[in-house]
Design a binder for this molecule. Structure first.
Ligand code: DC
Length: 225
């Protein structure tokens, strides 16, 4: 393994842990590609809703994948997600779409169908992948694995700020309840439940800001690559 060989960095964690912002910063610093796997599940949820598929029926969601036309184009900050040629960033960010994504993501067959698509994001010079099962299932051979966590109160506050900054309405108690429900569903599903990979470095970001967490992760990569 040479230092300039392409490699994968995985960042997993629950909703609102800050993994999306961290992944973006780390990918920028390393000049790597970025995979926001949650956006793929959100895109699938949106397409399923548009086609009136029952999100809780695995075969109906898998049928939606027959004609799943998605793309990510470079944006000012995060890549911009497209579904059937249309920019759907605003719809994807809604809490209801996170909830719908968590439902379609429970099906083992759906997760299997999405493996190759997610792995195709690994191109030179390397990839930073964020999600729930990046280090455990999608990229088990990743060179660096991180699991980002934070208390539920902090995660609800962060999500609140994000939604308000985007001009959307939100309530902290409601967000806390939604996050707890999503955690429970993501952690208890039988396929690829949310959990740290055995070889992941677990980072609690409750008391750290984005700059501090990014510095911690980058130092670990620089010292060990
Ligand atoms: O990271 P996010 O909030 O955008 O993800 C939305 C939902 O998608 C999340 O609640 C569970 C599901 N998901 C998943 O099951 N596996 C992933 N790798 C990423 C997301």
């Amino acid at each position: 393994m040479t230092n300039d060989e392409a490699f994968v960095v995985t960042i997993d964690g629950p909703s609102g842990s800050g993994k999306g912002s961290l992944a973006l910063q780390v990918a920028r610093e390393l000049d790597f590609h970025l995979l926001d796997s949650g956006a793929i599940y959100r895109l699938l949820a949106l397409k399923s809703i548009r086609q009136n598929a029952d999100l809780d029926q695995e075969n109906e969601v898998i049928a939606v994948l027959d004609d799943f036309d998605i793309d990510f184009e470079p944006g000012d900050e995060l890549p911009v997600p497209f579904l059937d040629g249309q920019d759907v960033s605003a719809e994807l960010r809604q809490e209801t779409m996170g909830e719908a994504a968590s439902r379609v993501a429970r099906h083992a067959g759906v997760r299997r169908c999405l493996l190759d698509l997610q792995r195709s994001f690994f191109q030179p010079p390397g990839l930073v992948a964020d999600g729930r099962d990046m280090g455990t299932v999608v990229f088990p051979e990743a060179r660096f694995k991180f699991f980002l966590n934070a208390s539920i109160e902090i995660r609800a506050q962060r999500r609140y700020k994000q939604l308000i900054n985007m001009g959307l309405s939100a309530s902290i108690p409601q967000l806390q309840a939604d996050i707890a429900e999503r955690d429970e569903r993501d952690q208890s599903r039988s396929t690829s439940p949310l959990r740290p990979a055995e070889d992941a470095l677990v980072v609690d970001s409750s008391l750290l800001d984005l700059t501090q967490v990014t510095e911690l992760v980058l130092s670990h990569i620089r010292e060990n690559r």
